[in-house]
Design a protein around this ligand. Structure first.
Ligand code: 4NP
Length: 160
C-alpha cells in the first residue's frame, strides 16, 4: 500500500474555519472508506489560540449538521508541516500569503486555496470571527462544497 496522502487545512486562528474543514473532510473520508489513505489535520498561522477548542459558534453550527468538533485543539503551523504534508490548503488569500512566506521553496507547490476545489466563483472562506451566526453557516456551506471537490480530486489521484 502506498503512503497516505496528507492534507493540512490552514486558517488564521485554527478555531473557526480550518477545524471546520478538518472535521467535515474527515467525515467525507470516513464515509468514502478512505480514512487510511488520506489523512487530514488543521493548523493556524497565528499563535493566539494554541491549545484552545474550536470557537463555540463553529462547534454549534457544525453540530447542527452532525459534525462533532469537541476533540479538536488549535495548533500553529510549524516548519515541519511543509515537509510532512502533501497539500496545505489555505482558507483565504491572507493565509495563503503567510504560508508562501513561511514555506521552503521546494515545498511551495503544495500550497493551494481550499476553495480551488469547489466549483464556485468564491476564492476564499471568509473569516467569521467577528461575524454573526449566519457567517458560521456560510463557512459550513463553502467548506462542504470544497470538501466534496477535494474528495473527487483525491479519488482521481489515488486511481492514477
Ligand atoms: P479562524 O478565525 O482563522 O477561522 O480560526 C479566527 C479566529 C481568531 C481570530 C481571527 C480569526 N483572532 O483574531 O483571534
Amino acid at each position: 500500500m502506498t503512503a497516505p496522502v496528507r492534507v493540512l487545512m490552514v486558517c488564521l486562528g485554527n478555531i473557526c474555519r480550518s477545524p471546520t474543514a478538518h472535521i467535515v473532510f474527515a467525515q467525507r473520508l470516513a464515509e468514502a472508506g478512505l480514512q487510511a489513505r488520506v489523512l487530514v489535520d488543521s493548523a493556524g498561522t497565528g499563535d493566539w489560540h494554541i491549545g484552545h477548542p474550536p470557537d463555540a459558534r463553529s462547534r454549534a453550527a457544525a453540530a447542527q449538521r452532525g459534525y462533532d468538533m469537541t476533540d479538536l485543539r488549535a495548533r500553529q503551523v510549524q516548519a515541519r508541516d511543509f515537509h510532512d504534508f502533501d497539500l496545505l490548503l489555505a482558507m483565504d488569500e491572507n493565509n495563503l500569503r503567510d504560508l508562501q512566506r513561511l514555506a521552503p521553496p521546494e515545498h511551495r507547490h503544495k500550497l493551494r486555496l481550499f476553495m480551488d476545489f469547489a466549483e464556485l466563483d468564491e476564492r476564499s472562506v471568509p473569516d467569521p470571527y467577528y461575524g454573526e451566526a449566519e457567517d458560521f453557516q456560510r463557512v459550513l456551506d463553502l467548506v462542504e462544497t470544497a470538501a466534496d471537490g477535494l474528495l473527487r480530486h483525491l479519488r482521481q489521484q489515488l486511481r492514477e
